[in-house]
Write a protein that binds this ligand. Structure first.
Ligand SMILES: CC(C)(COP(=O)(O)OP(=O)(O)OC[C@H]1O[C@@H](n2cnc3c(N)ncnc32)[C@H](O)[C@@H]1OP(=O)(O)O)[C@@H](O)C(=O)NCCC(=O)NCCS
Length: 192
């Protein structure tokens, strides 16, 4: 992994770029095309997604990066915008970050999110000097839960009846990784 300006290169195929207004139209089109897929698990997707709303989200993402409370990025695969990943929350005081993500439905199954998550965990520990990374997922969201499990995160706890999607409530499963436990090269055999 290497960084250049506001871009994190994960590997030959994957790149993470800070949200910027110049990506708003492409990002909006991607969200709209995936809206039913996103509504399965992302509570925010229940609302209509307007271009104006996406621009506001991107502006607030840039502010959160500037004031050190988050690092939300858009995700590129072989030069194509395919999703979003980043730290929706960060705390310097607690020295920890949370990772969240979503991916174009047609791009699932290639390890894109697992590879990008691995890079963001390494970035948190090695570049930012944080101590802990968490990933939160609804109990029924097995594809999402598989990402931290594949990377060797520990399942630390359950917040009962916390995630409401499509009129149903799920427990929130909390996964955690400490800097002292992180060994990216040996975390799983499917990773390149
Ligand atoms: C959750 C979500 C991002 C997971 O996407 P995904 O494609 O399953 O995850 P990855 O990109 O890491 O791909 C993993 C798959 O690629 C395979 N793979 C191929 N190459 C791989 C590699 N180098 N490394 C890891 N996995 C690899 C894995 O075996 C796995 O396949 P499987 O699904 O058949 O078991 C996606 O389903 C999504 O966007 N869902 C809707 C939004 C959402 O739920 N977000 C999370 C909210 S908490």
């Amino acid at each position: 992994m290497s960084t250049l300006g506001l871009c994190i290169r994960v590997d030959d195929e994957i790149e993470l770029r800070l949200h910027e207004l110049r990506y708003a139209e492409a990002y909006h089109a991607l969200v709209v095309r995936n809206i039913e897929h996103l509504r399965e698990w992302m509570p925010w997707a229940a609302e209509e997604q307007t271009l104006e709303g996406i621009k506001n989200f991107m502006s607030s993402s840039m502010h959160r990066f500037a004031d050190g409370t988050g690092l939300p990025t858009n995700l590129w695969y072989r030069g194509q915008l395919v999703g979003s990943i980043g730290y929706p929350r960060m705390s310097w005081q607690a020295r920890q970050a949370e990772i969240g993500y979503w991916l174009d439905k047609d791009m699932q199954g290639k390890g894109i999110i697992t590879r990008a998550t691995k890079a963001l965990v390494t970035y948190a520990f090695e570049e930012l000097g944080l101590n802990k990374v968490e990933i939160h997922a609804a109990s029924g969201n097995y594809r999402s839960r598989a990402v931290p499990e594949r990377l060797g995160f520990r399942q630390e706890g359950t917040l009962r009846q916390t995630v409401w999607v499509n009129g149903q409530v799920y427990d929130m499963i909390i996964y955690g990784m400490l800097a002292s436990e992180w060994h990216p090269s040996t975390s799983t055999s499917v990773l390149s």
